[in-house]
Design a protein around this ligand. Structure first.
Ligand SMILES: NC(=O)c1ccc[n+]([C@@H]2O[C@H](COP(=O)([O-])OP(=O)(O)OC[C@H]3O[C@@H](n4cnc5c(N)ncnc54)[C@H](O)[C@@H]3O)[C@@H](O)[C@H]2O)c1
Length: 273
């Protein structure tokens, strides 16, 4: 009797991956941008969606420059009409969506007294409502084909108090995780997997504003160094660290992984202080 172990199926050849929030808050590698490029490197056709057209175009151009396939789609992830249109355009271009990577996320520092109801509603709409809207767009096709993967980006701020008030962000990121767990349970038997990636302190262009607020009395470089020192592995994560975890969950390498959270945090969540 011979047994040939299967090769690691870390491959997305021919799969259509829709990245909602695939631009970047500033020049450089955001999580959505690095994930989009990673999916394309694994052979996927990537739908690069963002409300920021120029930033999304940049991601698309990076993929095409490497010989990959990508198309830009522009709209507001929190707006139902926009989301319906975005996924309609994606289906027109690529026929289907095999993987939804929900990446959009916004926040505003402050606790209950600093967070207006309007701010809270907007952050919830962008971080959570968008996940409902996008999931509603992809599930019917996934169920019909008996195959699909949803990768949602949460944050360790949805699990822990990170030393400064970031209430609406943390609450909505916790909701992202539970939303994904519930979809995973309901649709597991129909071939749809849903998982959450939980990044820790990641060095993306957008932290230039958020970190600066946390350590307002120091320079950005000093603030980043202080942030890195908090992490057991001694550095902040890169967008690629997160992208590689997403690629695993999106691919058949994670065929038996659903309804769970993958921490990409350099060990910080397990730390006592
Ligand atoms: N950077 C970190 O340290 C960190 C840590 C944990 C979790 N995260 C999460 O990872 C994700 C990406 O983070 P990032 O640092 O790369 O941020 P980023 O701001 O660079 O990327 C988010 C993208 O989403 C887009 N976007 C925002 N609102 C939108 C809307 N309403 N419609 C369409 N597009 C919209 C932005 O234009 C941007 O291109 C976010 O969900 C964030 O909360 C980041």
């Amino acid at each position: 009797m011979s047994f040939t172990p299967p090769a690691l199926p870390l491959d997305l050849s021919g799969r259509v991956v829709f990245v909602l929030g695939a631009g970047s808050a500033g020049p450089g590698w955001s999580i959505g941008r690095a994930s989009s490029v990673t999916y394309a490197r694994l052979g996927a056709h990537v739908c690069v969606a963002d409300r920021d057209a120029a930033s999304a175009e940049e991601t698309t151009a990076l993929i095409r420059a490497e010989g990959g396939t990508a198309e830009t789609f522009v709209g507001d992830a929190a707006d139902e009409a926009d989301v319906v249109r975005l996924f309609g355009e994606a289906r027109e271009r690529f026929g289907t969506v095999d993987v939804l990577h929900h990446n959009v996320g916004i926040g505003k520092t402050g606790g209950p007294m600093e967070t207006s109801a309007e701010d809270f509603d907007r952050i919830h709409a962008v971080n959570v409502r968008s996940l409902l809207l996008a999931t509603r767009q992809v599930l019917p096709g996934m169920v019909e084909r008996g195959r699909g993967a949803i990768v949602a980006i949460s944050s360790i701020a949805g699990m822990r108090y990170l030393g400064y008030p970031h209430l609406a962000y943390g609450v909505t990121k916790a909701a992202v995780t539970q939303f994904t767990r519930m979809v995973a349970q309901q649709y597991a038997a129909q071939g749809v997997r849903a998982n959450t990636v939980v990044p820790g302190l990641i060095d993306t262009p957008r932290i230039a504003t958020t970190v600066a607020k946390m350590f307002s009395d120091t320079s950005l470089e000093e603030a980043k160094a202080a942030r890195a020192r908090q992490v057991p592995v001694g550095r902040m994560g890169t967008a690629w660290d997160v992208a590689h975890a997403c690629a695993f969950l999106a691919s058949d390498a994670a065929a038996y992984v659903t309804g769970t959270e993958l921490l990409v945090d350099g060990g910080i969540t397990g730390k006592f202080v």
